[in-house]
Write a protein that binds this ligand. Structure first.
Ligand code: PEP
Length: 250
């Protein structure tokens, strides 16, 4: 039985004050507990406040990226060990915005994935095709390429402590969501790719869907057999929306 996971990717949003307000509202909204595991990934500078505000709650804390290296002359970077210091247990790697805006290629994503594992952080590995790739019928090929790069570098056993998020690029921040069938089809493919290496890991790994998930469409997506929760961008910035999505995963 896979425990659903609902993760909020705040991206580069919020002030110190608004971040604290959002966290307080989530803590209050979830004080009676939740069946799903709940994760928030605020910007790095809000992690210290988040660590303090979430101390008494079950909400997990994660970061949006990390450096592939563990320490040294890497100006502007944040290491896995630094994230652990702030009680992060998860970190997003390979988000499409990092891939496209900051030129993170498959090889770098694989190194970041391994840095997460090395530092006992659960990587949330994002994969997904662009609209052009979907329309040219290469979705599965793209997902396979993105996954294989990490599988070859890290090995299948590393996926026992990982989460994968399928995020079609054309659905991120666009208001255009993949249909439950479209998402399920790719999730099944992901499980099949992993099953070729290790059936147990393929069956137990949590596969999140991400891309314009809202309170109004979450339940039908989460009802699909291979969708184990969501990675939520825009809707994670509003406490009530995010809490409704968490409830939809229950
Ligand atoms: C994301 O950035 O991971 C994401 C899914 O964003 P949104 O929910 O806003 O589409």
């Amino acid at each position: 039985m896979r425990k659903p996971l609902v993760a909020g990717n705040w991206k580069m949003n919020g002030t110190r004050e608004s971040a604290a307000e959002l966290l307080r509202a989530l803590v209050q909204g979830l004080e009676d507990g939740a069946t799903a595991e709940v994760l928030v990934c605020p910007p790095f500078v809000h992690l210290a406040d988040a660590q303090r505000l979430l101390r008494e709650s079950d909400i997990r804390l994660g970061a949006q990226s990390l450096c592939a290296e563990d320490a040294g002359a890497f100006t502007g970077e944040i290491s896995g060990a630094m994230l652990r210091d702030y009680d992060c247990s998860y970190v997003i790697v390979g988000h499409s915005e990092r891939r496209s805006l900051y030129h993170e290629d498959d090889a770098l994503v694989a190194r970041k994935f391994m840095a997460a594992i090395r530092n006992e952080l659960v990587p949330v590995l994002c994969v997904g095709e662009t609209l052009e790739e979907r329309e040219s019928g290469t979705t599965v090929e793209v997902i396979r390429r993105q996954l294989t790069a990490v599988l070859n570098a890290a090995g299948i056993d590393a996926f026992a402590n990982a989460v994968i998020a399928y995020e079609p690029v054309w659905a991120i921040g666009t208001g255009r969501t993949a249909s439950p069938d479209q998402a399920q089809e790719v999730h099944r493919e992901i499980r099949d790719i992993l099953a070729a290496e290790n059936v147990t890991i393929a069956d137990s790994i949590r596969l999140l869907y991400g891309g314009s998930v809202k309170a109004s469409n979450a339940a039908e997506l989460f009802a699909m057999p291979d969708i184990d929760g969501g990675l939520i961008g825009g809707a994670s910035l509003e406490a009530e929306q995010f809490l409704s999505i968490v409830r939809a995963a229950e």
